[in-house]
Ligand binder design. Structure first.
Ligand SMILES: [Zn+2]
Ligand SMILES: [Zn+2]
Length: 135
C-alpha cells in the first residue's frame, strides 16, 4: 500500500504516509521490547519525506544495542509508541506497526536482533532471522 494513515490511540497525533514501506520487520532488541510491552516490536521503515506528522509528541533518546542513538516518539496523553528516528539513518522514519489505522495488510519479512530475543517469543520459522541488524 503506497499511502496510508496512522496515529495514536487518543487521536491527538496523526500521521500520513505517502510511500510503500521499505521494510517491515519484527525487532527483538530490548528497546523495542520496552516500547511494545511485549516480546518484540513490528517496525515499518519509511522514507522521511513521505511521512507527515501533526500533533505533539514526547521524545526519549536512548543508545541502542547497535551503539547508535535512537529517538523514540510517543503520545504524551495516551502513551502510544509511534515512531523512532535513528542517528545512523537520518533519511528514515521507523513507524510502529500498531500505530497504523489498519495494520492488517503489513507483512513482516524478517526477525532482527534475535540475540536479545526472549525465549518465550513466538518466532515465525518461515522468516529469515538475524542475530543483530541484517547485513
Ligand atoms: Zn494519544
Ligand atoms: Zn528494536
Amino acid at each position: 500500500m503506497d499511502s496510508f494513515s496512522a496515529g495514536c490511540r487518543c487521536g491527538q497525533v496523526r500521521i500520513t504516509v505517502s510511500a510503500e514501506p521499505s521494510m517491515v520487520a519484527n525487532c527483538h532488541c530490548r528497546d523495542c521490547q520496552y516500547a511494545s510491552g511485549g516480546a518484540y516490536s513490528t517496525i515499518v521503515m519509511l522514507p522521511r519525506e513521505a511521512v507527515a506528522i501533526t500533533g505533539a509528541t514526547t521524545q526519549y533518546t536512548v543508545t541502542a544495542d547497535s551503539g547508535n542513538e535512537v529517538t523514540r516518539s510517543f503520545c504524551p496523553t495516551c502513551g502510544s509508541p509511534l515512531f523512532s528516528e535513528l542517528s545512523a539513518m537520518e533519511s528514515v522514519v521507523v513507524l510502529k506497526a500498531a500505530a497504523l489505522d489498519d495494520p492488517g495488510w503489513l507483512r513482516p519479512t524478517m526477525h532482527i536482533w534475535r540475540e536479545s530475543g526472549q525465549p518465550w517469543a513466538e518466532v515465525d520459522a518461515e522468516l529469515p532471522s538475524f542475530e543483530r541488524n541484517p547485513g
